[in-house]
Design a protein around this ligand. Structure first.
Ligand code: GRF
Length: 211
């Protein structure tokens, strides 16, 4: 199954997907990595792995026009599913209709708590004792859309914000390759009555922190 991965930054989640996809048994292939930022670190990761990259600047463009360009490039690479991985743009129906029910996002909190930017800091400052990461289907809201799977991460008493952020990121790197694999295996489907997720035998939609 051909995936397009969209990034704006360093791309550690992209790297986790690249690493997973290097296993010949992994059912998803990264067909292209697209960034709206020319200097996104993730582009170097993609190039190092021999994956085609596209830079599509968003500045000075209407959202819909930018999204139409994204769709055109992703279709040119024959992408069937899209994984947003630190892509800092809201997508419009132009994009979502082109890949209906096939756009994933990862967010560094247990949605619907703490949507938006600096989710880890929001959770830290709220004093929550368990936070984590969420992979969800994307709709036109900010960090909205049906939840596919979540990974819970404890806050430890001595944690700095950075400690907590690092632990959440480690969880993201387990969770995203798992859900992308499920999507490629046909375990994640949008139906008329909503999202259906049927994990492979022995797997569950909630990961817990095992360290
Ligand atoms: C991650 O925390 C992800 O949850 C959020 O953006 C960050 C991207 O990090 N959507 P990276 O570029 O994958 O390292």
């Amino acid at each position: 199954m051909r995936f397009g991965v969209l990034i704006s930054g360093g791309g550690t989640n992209l790297q986790a997907l690249i690493d997973a996809a290097s296993d010949p048994d992994y059912p998803a292939e990264i067909a292209v990595v697209v960034s709206n930022k020319q200097d996104a670190g993730g582009l170097s990761r993609a190039r190092a792995a021999g994956i085609p990259v596209e830079w599509i600047p968003h500045k000075g463009k209407e959202r819909e026009a930018f999204d139409a360009e994204l769709v055109e490039r992703l279709k040119a690479h024959r992408c069937e599913w899209i994984a947003l991985a630190g892509f800092m743009r809201l997508v419009t129906p132009v994009f979502l209709n082109a890949f209906e029910g096939r756009v994933l996002n990862i967010h560094p909190a247990l949605l619907p708590a703490f949507p938006g930017v600096r989710a880890q800091r929001q959770a830290y400052e709220a004093g929550v004792q368990v936070t984590g990461a969420t992979v969800h289907l994307v709709d036109s809201g900010m960090d909205a859309g049906p939840i596919i799977a979540q990974g819970a991460v404890p806050r430890k008493p001595e944690d700095s914000l950075r400690d907590l952020e690092a632990r959440i990121l480690q969880m993201e790197h387990q969770l995203y390759p798992m859900v992308v694999r499920w999507a490629a295996q046909g375990c994640v489907r949008m139906t008329d009555s909503g999202l259906v997720v049927q994990p492979p035998e022995g797997e569950v939609r909630g990961l817990s922190w095992a360290h």
